[in-house]
Design a protein around this ligand. Structure first.
Ligand code: BES
Ligand code: MN
Ligand code: MN
Length: 455
């Protein structure tokens, strides 16, 4: 391993230069005008995997954005690792809040700034470079390796589900290695063992058939913005409990052991509030901060619009108002079931003098890992060796909907070897990635393959 680690340490600079090229590609999956950039990013990733030393690389077209698949099966009798990641990124706006342009990667104080730096281009790239480091030193990998890099994670992976279903033989593996989550803290090796799921909904309320003069008509016309606000106000009570009937029915309670594990992770209200500039945290009564973020479901408006929002005043009663509402789900909630409960409740509480349209944008299931699997121990050891500290275990409030499919459809153990930090502004302006974590991530990935080959 010494030779491989030396190679990684002495080539980190050039690895970073290559990562910069990937970060320059504006692969924003949700925006149709970036379709070509999606192709470009997929081909770039495919080429980098080839350059790393894997010959069999394929770019699969889908109804949406391409999927990159690669495999090297030169270690017969050894386990197979599937490395999953995503090359798509979130939109960069609001652009004016970036200190440097989002698609011109800039290094400052050991961090690389760009959209996608930590989520997920930087983290995903780690594994391409660990593979390359094996090939360019010892000429082979200690285990069999497959890559599955998609371009639709940020929009709910609509085409990956069927790809998985139709290619279960191709994707057959023992473990799925994923770096798309966070470290507990800077320099602290971390494995994530739980992810929340999601149901993402949109509501559109329609009142009059056109915008109306608010003087001529005001006082006698249902205002869709007011109605929408009333609806939203009925979704939660003042103790932060979600009022949708049946919403909590399937929620798994934390085990005693988990509660104890949570207590061990020192995290204060102050630290949290200060880090994001809020006066104090809010949420469901009776649960600690980490419990609320990791193990309880939520309901939040993500966006709301309608009427006149330009500068100055325009006196109208709008025809329409809309809101995007997401619910984060926890084991054992089911996104389809929650969608239905949500729709039924909205229909029930909406007044009959407006039209309400409810649609689902995307959904994904929550995930919880079995910590006693040998592969988890190997992953913990690998990270500890790389970071020089004991690995901690945490859950995550965010979602990676496809993870549960790896466990259920491929019967493989997902290993969430995250390398980001929650403070690295993923989905926000000035996203960045700690370059020391990038290097230590490559070493962790290499150790993982090495240790896995020993069982
Ligand atoms: N990498 C994130 C998940 C994540 C978020 C990990 C926060 C660690 C900390 C992933 O790319 C993501 O953003 N997922 C979406 C999924 C959604 C679009 C279905 C999310 O959680 O909003
Ligand atoms: Mn991600
Ligand atoms: Mn993301």
């Amino acid at each position: 391993m010494k030779e491989i680690i030396n190679f990684i340490n002495s080539n980190t600079e050039s690895f970073i230069e290559e990562l910069k090229d990937l970060l320059r590609i504006q692969s924003i999956s949700t925006l149709p005008e970036h379709k070509e950039d999606m192709e470009k990013a997929a081909n770039f990733v495919a080429q980098k995997i080839k350059d790393a030393g894997i010959e069999k690389v394929e770019v699969y077209q889908t109804q949406g954005h391409p999927i990159v698949y690669a495999e090297w099966l030169g270690a017969p009798g050894k386990p197979t690792v599937l490395i999953y990641g995503h090359y798509d990124v979130q939109p960069a706006d609001p652009i004016e809040l970036w200190n440097t342009p989002p698609f011109e990667p800039t290094i400052k104080d050991g961090k690389i700034y760009a959209r996608g730096a930590t989520d997920d281009k930087g983290q995903m790239f780690v594994h391409i470079k660990s593979v390359e480091s094996f090939f360019k030193t010892v000429g082979k990998l200690p285990v069999n390796v497959k890559f599955l890099i998609e371009g639709e994670e940020e929009i709910g992976s609509p085409n990956l589900y069927s790809f998985l279903k139709n290619n279960s033989k191709l994707l057959k593996c023992d473990a799925v290695l994923i770096s798309d989550t966070s470290l507990w803290d800077e320099g602290v090796p971390t494995l994530t063992y739980g992810l929340r799921g999601i149901s993402y909904m949109e509501i559109e309320v329609t009142g009059p058939n056109r915008d109306l003069h608010s003087g001529t008509y005001g006082g006698a016309v249902p205002n869709p913005i007011n109605v929408l606000a009333e609806i939203i106000s009925k979704l939660k009570d003042k103790n932060g409990r979600i009022l949708i009937p049946g919403f909590y029915n399937d929620v798994l309670k934390l085990t005693k052991q988990e509660k104890e594990n949570l207590k061990k992770l020192k995290y204060t209200e102050k630290e949290f509030s200060n880090s994001i500039g809020i006066k104090k945290s809010v949420g469901e009564k009776g649960y600690s901060l980490l419990e609320r973020i990791w193990s309880r479901p939520t309901l939040d408006c993500n966006g709301i619009w309608g009427g006149f929002t330009g500068k100055g005043a325009k006196t109208i009663i709008p025809s329409k108002a809309s809101a995007k509402i997401s619910m984060r789900l926890v084991p054992n909630q089911n996104p389809k079931k929650i969608e239905k409960l949500f729709s039924d409740y909205i229909k029930k509480i909406a007044p009959d003098y407006v039209d309400v349209k409810i649609s689902s944008i995307h959904g994904g299931s929550p995930f919880i890992a079995q910590l006693d699997k040998p592969i988890m121990k190997i992953a913990a050891k690998a990270m500890s060796l790389a970071f020089g500290k004991e690995t901690v275990f945490m859950r995550e409030g965010g979602s990676i909907p496809i993870v549960v499919e790896f466990a259920e459809k491929l019967k493989a153990t997902p290993v969430l070897m995250g390398l980001g930090l929650d403070s690295e502004n993923l989905h926000s302006p000035n996203e960045h990635f700690n370059l020391n974590h990038f290097r230590l991530g490559i070493i962790s990935s290499a150790y993982f393959m090495e240790e896995l080959s020993k069982i």
